[in-house]
Structure formats: C-alpha cells, structure tokens
Design a protein around this ligand. Sequence first.
Ligand code: NAD
Length: 496
Amino acid sequence: MAIATLLPATTAFIQRAPRMLIGAEWVEAADGQTMPLRNPATGEQLCVVPRATVDDVDRAVLAARQAFDDSPWSRTRPRERQNLLWKLANLMQRDAELLAQLECLNNGKSAAVAQVMDVQLAIDFLRYMAGWATKIEGSSVEVSVPLMPDQQFHSFIRREAVGVVGAIVAWNFPLLLACWKLGPALATGCTVVLKPADETPLTALKLAELVQEAGYPDGVFNVVTGTGITAGAALNHNPRVDKLTFTGSTAVGKEIGKIAMDSMTRVTLELGGKSPTIVMADADLGSAAAGAASAIFFNQGQVCCAGSRLYVQRKHFDKVVADIAGIANAMKLGSGLDASVDMGPLISARQQERVWRYIEMGRESGATIACGGEQFGPGYFVKPTVIVDVDQQHSLVQEEIFGPVLVAIPFDDEADALRMANDSPYGLGASIWSNDLAAVHRMIPQIKSGSVWVNCHSALDPALPFGGYKMSGVGREMGYAAIEHYTELKSVLIKL
Ligand code: NAD
C-alpha cells in the first residue's frame, strides 16, 4: 500500500483557509460567511471557504467588465495571449502534484490518477488553446449590395472576443472543467468570473493564484466560491455578463438557459448524460468487457459521458456481464491518497444517498444485482454495481445516476441496439465495440450523440469538440468550436 505523503504546500494551502479572488484582492465574503469543505474519503471537514454573497459576485463581474473594457488586457495582442497561456500551463505543470493532491482531498478521486489525467489534460488543453490565440481569423467578402449598384465596397468579417464570461462548473472534474472554460476565454481575450462547484473550489482557487503569477492583469480571472442558489444565480442574472458557460445537471442548465434567453446572454450548456456502450457479437469480448467496466467505473462513475447503459448482443450477454462483474468485484475501494486503490468515494453524503436510492429502486422492482449493491463508510463509498433484468423504460435506464452503477440489457440485432441506444433523453456520448467496419460505419451516423467512440470510451482530445445532443446540452467545448462560442462575428462594409 503506497499512501501519498501530502506536500507541505498542499497542507499549507488548506490550512490557510483559501479566500476568493476578486480583481486584485483575495477576499472573504462581504458578510464574512463561510462554508465547510469535506474530505469525501473520511467525511471530515477539510477547511472552510467564503460563501460569496450577491454583492461579491457583482464586484467580481464589475472587475471582469473593467478588465475587458478598459485595461491593458483589452489591448493584448494574440502573441501575448498565447505566451501567457503557455506560462500558465507551465506553472500548472510545476505544481501538478499539488493540484492533484488538492483534487484528491477535495473530490475523493485518486491523486495519482488526477495528476496524469485531470491535471495533465487541463495543461494540455491550455497549451492547445494557446495555439488558437494566434490563429483567430475573420474573412474578407466580395459583396454586391444590390441597392447601390454603382458603388465599390470593401467588406470584411471580424471575429471578436465575446466579453465577460460567467463560468459555472460541476464537481466531478473541478480543475479540468474550469480550464475548458478558461482556455478559450483567455485565448480569445475575454475575461472570466468562475463559480466552482460548492463542494470543490480548491483547485479553482489555486488556479487563480497561478493566473496571477503568470502575469495576467487584475480582473481578467476572478473566482467566487459559494452556493449555486446564491452565487451561481447572481452570475446568471448579472447584466454585465456577456456569455454564460455552464457544466452541470440538465435541471440547472435548463434554468440557466431560460435566464440567458431573457437577456440574450450568449450561453453554452454542458449537461448530463446516460451514454450507451454497445457490444456487438463480433467484438473482442475481453477488451469490450474491460472497456465497458472502465467506461462506467472511472471516477466512481461520476463522469458526464460515463458508459452507464450497457447493451450486449444476446449470445454474449451473460459472459460480458460476468466479466465486468469480475472486474468490479476485484476493485479495491479506499482513499484516493492510496495509489493501490481502484475506486474512491463519491463526492458527498448526498450523492451517496442518491446513488443508493437508485440501487434500492432496482432491487424493489425485481432487477438482479449482478455485483456490488453495497455502500459503506466512513466516507461516501458505494461498491461498483452491475444491474441486470431491467426494462429499457425503467428509471435506472432512463435517468442519470452519476455513480458506479451500470445497467445491462441484451439486444438481438443492430437495429435493436440502435433503437435502445437512442431511446434516452440524453445524447452526450456512445461507444460501439466491434471489428465489423461496415456495421460500425452504418451505426455512427444513426447514433444521436455528440461523441461516438469505437473500441474505446470517453477518449477525449483538445482538438475534438465535446458536447451533447438533446438534453445533454447546447454548444461544444474544445476544438475550434470552443473559439467560435467565445467570439462574436462583426460584419463591416466600407463604401469606397
Ligand atoms: P449541478 O447542476 O447541481 O451544479 C453544477 C454547478 O451549478 C455548481 O457550481 C452549482 O453550484 C451550480 N448551480 C446550482 N444551482 C444553480 C443555480 N440555480 N444557478 C446557477 N448555478 C447553480 O450539477 P452537479 O451535481 O454539480 O454536477 C453533476 C452534473 O454535471 C451531472 O448531471 C453531469 O452529467 C454534469 N456534467 C456534465 C459535463 C459535460 O461536459 N456535459 C461534465 C461534467 C459534469
């Protein structure tokens, strides 16, 4: 058993009760209120952070507004924005272990995995976005302007930064999700107010320190810690925000979308999922079972595109389910500081209860628990669980559980698999496990989801847009698509 020793910097960061960054100042909440953070592996209190008031959020937005409208930042050239983003990424690389430990203590995930996944993916993403800073282009257009037939014109289209971005993120990948917002915002010249999830603000606050150290002007990046209902809602309603970007549940995303439409604030929504893993009869069954297990159990199943519905062609159903159950039963659960642990705790007692309710619902409705189906503490642990003998219309199949719970259903043929895969309110990701090239290419266009993986699952790359069809959201993160979402087009016509 290899328990990671906490870096002195990790302990010091937590012990000093981190404050929020508004403009140039590290501040408490205006009314002095705080909220406790817990270590999900033990349930013990880690530290407290400020519980931002509406006034705090308004001050943060004002700081971002001023930085966007009237500061050296508004005049930075693409090359400077590129270099600053590289510098920030390098500082994150320097502090990768610290960031991973904070993520582990605050979220419960493995520190070792967080360092190579969450933190490294965030760094790679910022470097990818740094590249875009110097490649944002408009275009020139030869126009006719029929009403002025005798005139000559010069016409071009500019792509301009959208402005002040209000970013609200979930707790499952706190640093990575924050960087998915920060990267395109800083590449295009926007300014940002980030509201991290109530449960997991620590890496966002460390990130803010690194943004300052990189040399970004004051007000370009602000972090307000607090609740969704107060701080998040204040950001949604602030008229100085030009764009809202949200990662979280579909229920909250819909509310934010409605509020954004009232003021025509630009909005992107990255929401929930219930992604299918489809195993065709010709698949390499060993890889498919290992892939399906990792698709659902990685990050304790708290992944928006987790493969939480498994469809296996009937003749191999029992074998694939048994193999996944075998993998699940062999998983070691414990603290994310222990590198030999395969699965950590869920984020909170609330989430543990939610996941448990679904497992109980399955039991009560006569479904079979093929493995797992247990919870324990202290800490918020639920064993990796596979449920079979469940109908496609059951809540277990139709609703996002957001925990280590897989529901598995057999199918007869390609059409049957596609019908059930698409029979969901969500459309974030899907994987097909098969070596039949023709079948795979027939299926890809028919799957209603923002990503399709073949013989892998949840494989992301900064260059590939990520986002959802249907209730999984509006807009895309990553790739050039993200640059488009953080810019406005301006058409210019000059009469010569
Ligand atoms: P949540 O919607 O409860 O909270 C997300 C964020 O919204 C938090 O910061 C929260 O404080 C804030 N919030 C809550 N109520 C608000 C309100 N009324 N106004 C403004 N902000 C508010 O979601 P969660 O439980 O933290 O996260 C889990 C969800 O996130 C899952 O549904 C998961 O699928 C989704 N998710 C999606 C993606 C993606 O890229 N599509 C990525 C990660 C997580």
